[in-house]
Design a protein around this ligand. Structure first.
Ligand SMILES: CC(C)(COP(=O)(O)OP(=O)(O)OC[C@H]1O[C@@H](n2cnc3c(N)ncnc32)[C@H](O)[C@@H]1OP(=O)(O)O)[C@@H](O)C(=O)NCCC(=O)NCCS
Length: 431
């Protein structure tokens, strides 16, 4: 049994860059038919972004658009609008992430699409919620991170590198796509009951803020007591009235830090993360694993609260333990005692790890032609009775004829659309 959860669901995908395409990528991997609308001759901007070869689509595009169909369509022409209208009438989901106001200008707002096809669910990504003073701003990843308190709470907490810092993880882009996916799947389940499509609005800001929930917890605590015991600034440093950056502190009450391991002088990722849990039993095991059994009877260390007050001495001593061992050795030694520990991994180490090619974690997609095989991150969860397959990305407009034929257009009409600039760029002289 390998029934795709979204088999039979048709998605009209008017998205580009990363946030929207990451959502429709997931829908495609769950079995939906995804028809990506791209401007004739232009396509998704990422096709030509940071290419490894100027004649080929970029890895950016390849990694976010597999298993989709591409329909080249100028939605600003009358024929383009007619084609899009027909498509929407057959669609289960319409998704877009153009700049604020662009879809209204094109004539395909939520209200318009809902009137055309009341069953169609409409998914939108914008930078900000409609209530926001920033609602009209265009947005890219870092804009979401800086405006959602992610950047102000990330990075080093003292010295010249005490600057708002962006995460390497796409909290504003792919994370927003995953949030929209949740909303769309909920809307599909809701439609089962109501028979009617709904409007799912997902801002990058709210998706990013949703991952900063614990930072808002810290703000609440700070407002109440004026300090945060888990932060490196505690007990000696000063706190202001907002949550500061905390370096590599663990976000909950456990005492976690990143430690240099053997080889750190030449390898910037020769580090390991070690956590001391708060419970007495776990602490006892940790002391055994680290060989620090004297801590068990020392009141400066043998309670979690005391450890918060003496975290700098603790960090120093654990650092001494790690410095002459490599990160995998430390991981193996400490995990034996149940200590939460993990090596800092580089992208290269992750992608060189053959165990990651388990059919989902990392996947190899055969694009064919000059590109051949490329690696991407697969569907991050597994479903017991469904295994996604991972196929190539479409060429720009690669499915135009097929999609138009299915909509009932004749060969002559399809040829005319290409000639009049609806599905193919107009020759320069004719413009
Ligand atoms: C990403 C973003 C900043 C890019 O802005 P942009 O450079 O103005 O590009 P857009 O694709 O939104 O729109 C450009 C134009 O192309 C048009 N366009 C796009 N696809 C089209 C098509 N198939 N046919 C006709 N016109 C099309 C749009 O209607 C728009 O026209 P307009 O400027 O006359 O309104 C903006 O789309 C945005 O803020 N999106 C919401 C947040 C988001 O998802 N950000 C990306 C995170 S990865």
């Amino acid at each position: 049994m390998n029934t795709a959860p979204l088999q039979g669901i048709k998605v009209v995908d008017f998205t580009e860059v990363q946030s929207g395409p990451s959502c429709t990528q997931m829908l495609a991997w769950l079995g939906a038919e995804v028809i990506k609308i791209e401007r004739p001759g232009v396509g998704d901007a990422t096709r030509k972004e940071l290419q490894f070869d100027p004649t080929l689509p970029s890895y950016y595009f390849l990694q976010l658009n597999s298993d989709k169909k591409s329909l080249a369509l100028d939605a600003k022409t009358p024929d383009g609008k007619e084609i899009l209208t027909k498509l929407i009438k057959e669609a289960d989901i319409f998704v877009e992430n153009l700049h604020p106001g662009a879809m209204d200008k094109l004539g395909f707002s939520w209200e318009a699409v809902h009137a055309l096809n009341p069953r169609c669910i409409y998914g939108t990504i914008k930078g900000f919620p409609v209530s926001s003073k920033f609602k009209d701003l265009k947005a890219y990843e870092p804009i979401a991170q800086v405006t959602a308190a992610a950047a102000s709470t990330t990075g080093w907490y003292e010295g010249e590198y005490n600057v708002p810092t962006q995460s390497g993880a796409a909290l504003g882009d792919s994370n927003t796509g995953m949030h929209l996916t949740i909303g769309l799947l909920a809307a599909l389940a809701q439609r089962e009951k109501t028979g009617e499509g709904s409007y799912v609005y997902q801002s990058m800001h709210n998706a990013c803020l949703n991952l900063c929930r614990i930072k808002t917890r810290d703000q609440l605590t700070l407002d109440k007591i004026g300090y945060l015991t888990q932060f490196p600034q505690y007990p000696d440093g000063k706190f202001g009235d907002f949550v500061p950056r905390s370096g590599n502190t663990e976000g909950s009450g456990v005492l976690g830090w990143t430690y240099k391991c053997k080889g750190w002088e030449t390898d910037p990722n020769a580090y390991v993360y070690v956590i001391l849990q708060r419970g007495a039993k776990e602490f006892e095991l940790a002391c055994k694993g680290l060989g620090f059994e004297d801590w068990l009877t020392n009141p400066d260390y043998n309670t979690a609260d005391a450890r918060d007050r003496h975290k700098q001495e603790i960090i120093q001593r654990i650092q001494g333990f790690c410095i002459d061992k490599d990160k995998y050795e430390v991981t193996a030694m400490l995990s034996k005692f149940g200590i939460p520990v993990g090596p800092v991994m580089s992208t290269k180490e992750i992608m060189d790890d053959e165990t990651a090619y388990d059919g989902n974690t990392l996947v190899k997609i055969n694009q064919g032609g000059k590109i051949g095989e490329f690696v991407t991150v697969g569907c991050p969860f597994t479903i017991s009775n469904y295994q996604p397959t991972y196929g190539p990305c479409p060429e720009l407009g690669g499915n135009t004829e097929e999609v138009l034929t299915e909509l009932g257009y004749t060969a002559d009409q399809i040829a005319e659309f290409a000639k009049n600039g609806t599905t193919a760029p107009m020759p320069a002289a004719a413009k």
